[in-house]
Design a protein around this ligand. Structure first.
Ligand code: DAT
Ligand code: MG
Length: 153
């Protein structure tokens, strides 16, 4: 079972898309582990996007993520990292597949609505950056065995 960090960025929150995006993750069968509605500090933004420091879009990216509250979440499931990236779509909305969040709700790369961890190492780092251990909830759903081929207990 994998865990991945998902951020509903300021544009998703301001546009009232929280419910629509969460519904896609729930419908897919992914299980929520943690959620926190919060203002992002400059420091957290810089740590989260450290890998992009120095790039032309870095300053705008930091300004975007701190501009208004975000909903930070952790979701889990088999291959959750790839599944969530697929549900969100390619970084540029005009390259995202129809049916993905970024295609269906977005136009510009600088307003692409969501963040999702891009690999196992970054998922572990990002979950730890945004959440403390005691904020991550271990739980099971009655229908888990009808979504997950192997159920942990
Ligand atoms: P992703 O969010 O799909 O993982 P990324 O990690 O490459 O994409 O980049 C992080 C964010 O930075 C991305 O969601 C939007 C912004 N970004 C990336 N490339 C950009 C570019 N060429 N111009 C403007 N913003 C960009
Ligand atoms: Mg990324």
């Amino acid at each position: 079972m994998e865990r991945t960090l998902v951020l509903l960025k300021p544009d998703a929150v301001q546009r009232g898309l929280i419910g629509s995006i969460i519904k896609r993750l729930e419908d897919r069968g992914l299980r929520i582990v943690a959620a926190k509605f919060m203002k992002v500090s400059q420091d957290l933004a810089e740590q989260h996007y450290a890998v992009h420091k120095g790039k032309s879009f870095y300053t705008g990216l930091i300004e975007y993520i701190i501009a208004s509250p975000v909903l930070a979440m952790v979701w889990e499931g088999p291959a959750a990292i790839a599944a969530v990236r697929q549900t969100m779509g390619a970084t540029r909305p005009t390259e995202a597949s129809p049916g993905s969040v970024r295609h269906d709700y977005g136009l510009e790369v600088g307003r692409n609505l969501t963040h999702a961890s891009d690999g196992p190492e970054t998922a572990i780092q990002e979950v730890a950056l945004w959440f403390s251990d005691n904020e991550l909830v271990d739980w099971q759903r009655d229908f888990d065995r009808w979504v997950f081929e192997t159920v942990d207990d």
